[in-house]
Ligand binder design. Structure first.
Ligand code: ADP
Length: 195
């Protein structure tokens, strides 16, 4: 049985994490934030080292490493019953991040809805990321050059994912609205999904 999946998609700074976290608080939703999992790794391990190396340049961690980490963490969550695949939707934030990752995951996930948080104004995104750097301990947000590289990586590698999924499941949401408004739009779709 494939995991019934909701994908939160958008550029760095578009608010994926905020929405994913909020949705994950509701019973029936399990939130997986790929960046958070990478940041929680022991930096002396091989995967932790790979994360530091690539994220500090604004690049993606290689797909095989990322997908192996994802699969391992999901397995753990199923075993601990934090994620009950027969009851819960899997809310993915930050993964898949390119078409190859989506292909590697396709036998395990059934993507029911993709929420594309859009913000055409790049400078607004950069401002949000810089503010986040001040609050959280995010070295990849602190440097404007790395931020710009991440936005380029998003355009080149992540955005093409929007063509990978069927248009009928893609929901475009204006990321500059208040978080509550964005959540409302997500919930309007999610509450209509049938298992
Ligand atoms: P943002 O949404 O601001 O890009 P994330 O916390 O999602 O922040 O990711 C931070 C960094 O972690 C990325 O720039 C990338 O280097 C790495 N990363 C996160 N998710 C993935 C993924 N699915 N594949 C490859 N690298 C990833």
């Amino acid at each position: 049985m494939k995991y019934q999946t909701i994908l939160i998609f958008g550029a760095p700074g578009s608010g994926k994490g905020t929405q994913g976290k909020a949705l994950g608080l509701l019973p029936g939703f399990f939130h997986f934030a790929c960046g958070d999992v990478f940041r929680s790794l022991d930096t002396t391990t091989d995967v932790g080292q790979a994360f530091l190396e690539y994220s500090s340049k604004g690049e993606l961690v290689p797909d095989e490493i990322t997908i192996r980490l994802w699969a391992g963490r999901i397995k753990q969550a199923v075993e601990s019953r934090d994620f009950r695949p027969s009851l819960d939707y899997l809310v993915l934030d930050g993964i898949p991040r390119d078409v190859n990752q989506a292909a590697l995951m396709k036998d395990e996930v059934d993507v029911r809805a993709v929420f594309h948080l859009t913000c055409p104004d790049r400078e607004q995104l950069i401002l949000r990321l810089k503010n986040r750097a001040l609050k959280d301990n995010r070295f990849d947000d602190a440097n404007e050059q790395v931020i710009r590289k991440r936005l380029e990586t998003y355009e080149a590698e992540s955005r093409p994912l929007l063509d990978y999924y069927d248009r009928s499941i893609i929901h475009t949401i204006d990321a500059l609205q208040t978080p509550a408004r964005v959540m409302l739009e997500i919930l309007q779709v999610v509450t209509k999904l049938k298992r």
